[in-house]
Write a protein that binds this ligand. Structure first.
Ligand SMILES: [Zn+2]
Length: 385
């Protein structure tokens, strides 16, 4: 059986991680991937997502025309952006392990996914392997709110199901992920001299403290979590603070539970604020809360008997690999694609310790992942619409 070109895949990962691509600055990576795919004779376009989010490129969309006309189209995606610090990556190669010099992330999240897709497309072409139409999408701004996926031009896609390659362990296929709410609260108290007339003030910090101590946080139940991640406020010890900003999140695999948890946190803040009133010069002032709550992404739940899960399982079996479906606590582009009408699961690529300067990757894992993807493309060619 034809296999992927391991050395070429490894080298392509090394090439990609050395091209800087913080979110909104993916232009150089996008240009590289585009040129390499066009060299294969693939039609590539860049959508308008970059303008929509203030970045230097949009999503790269490659439409590979199938050689098997009756086979259904399949979708593959990975994101081009990396978290910080991701500039000037100097990969350190230690046998099969690729890591960094400890000053940056590696960016295997998600350049390993990008490299796997490109290598599979090269292998298909080079070996004339029969395949269906393929929509290969390289997104921007995944790390800053899944923005590329949210702005992806869906009209250009022919596929209804497929894979995102954007998680760590190759043995797992993430099919379930939570919904998440992002919350920003500003608590307004009343400023006063802390030594002369504290009774004329309302401490926004005290209001925040009361509210937070009334909140259920951390792990709420097996599928629900909540966290206050940022507390900012106050100016000096001798001023009763008039403003505190809280940034918080809640996640759940059950959207009703998520609604309830977010409402619980909101209510704790408004209740605490309502308890703090002062009258100064005959004017009554009550603490108040301004809020900005957004559903950052929606949960996904891809069934075990869906076409994509069945393809992954069959491919793994054919290759003597073990893959199991799993729920994750995180969100990724797949959440957005599922919400937007595709059926997409998230397969691991071998990236490890992501979002840290200790990030590393074992190329053997990346090869395994690429082999599964290639086998999926092969199997998909045997399906009929
Ligand atoms: Zn990622």
């Amino acid at each position: 059986m034809t296999q992927i070109n391991r050395e070429r895949l490894r080298q392509y990962l090394l090439d990609l991680v050395q091209i800087d691509s913080h979110s909104r600055e993916e232009g150089l990576v996008a240009a590289r991937i585009r040129a390499d795919l066009e060299a294969l004779g693939i039609e590539v376009s860049v959508d308008g997502a970059g303008e929509a989010v203030g970045g230097d490129t949009g999503n790269v969309i490659a439409r590979i025309n199938g050689t098997v006309p009756d086979a259904p189209a399949i979708f593959l995606a990975a994101h081009m952006d990396t978290v910080v610090p991701g500039k000037g990556v100097k990969p350190v190669i230690d046998g099969d392990i690729i890591r960094t010099d400890g000053t940056t992330v590696l960016g295997g999240d998600d350049k390993s996914g990008c490299a796997i897709i490109v290598e599979c497309l090269r292998t298909l072409k080079e070996n004339s392997i029969p395949h269906s139409n393929i929509d290969a999408v390289f997104t921007i701004c995944e790390e800053v709110g899944l923005l590329g996926a949210k702005h992806l031009d869906m009209a250009s896609l022919r596929s209804k199901y497929g894979l995102v390659l954007d998680s760590d362990d190759v043995g797992y296929l993430f099919t379930r992920a939570p919904s998440a709410d992002h919350m920003e609260y500003t608590i307004y108290g009343l400023e006063a001299h802390a030594g002369v007339c504290p009774e004329n003030g309302i401490s926004a910090i005290q209001v925040a403290a009361e509210a937070i101590s009334a909140m259920k946080l951390g792990r709420i139940d097996f599928e629900t979590t909540a966290n206050i991640g940022v507390v900012q406020g106050g100016a000096a010890t001798n001023i009763v603070p008039n403003q505190v900003v809280l940034k918080a999140e809640a996640r759940s695999h059950d959207s009703a539970k998520l609604d309830a948890q977010t409402e619980h946190m909101r209510k704790a803040l408004h209740d605490a604020a309502a308890r703090h009133t002062v009258v100064v010069d005959g004017v009554s002032v009550t603490a108040r809360v301004e809020e900005n709550i957004t559903r950052e992404y929606h949960s996904m739940n891809v069934a075990d008997d869906s076409t994509i899960v069945q393809l992954v399982m069959q491919a793994a079996t054919n290759l003597n690999q073990q893959v199991q479906t799993l729920a994750t606590g995180g969100g990724c582009d797949a959440n957005v694609f599922n919400r937007r009408g595709l059926e997409v699961a998230n397969l691991g690529t071998g990236m490890q310790a992501i979002h840290t300067v200790k990030e590393w990757l074992d190329v053997k894992d990346m090869y395994r992942s690429a082999e599964v993807v290639l086998e999926i493309l092969r199997l998909n060619a045997n399906l009929t619409r």
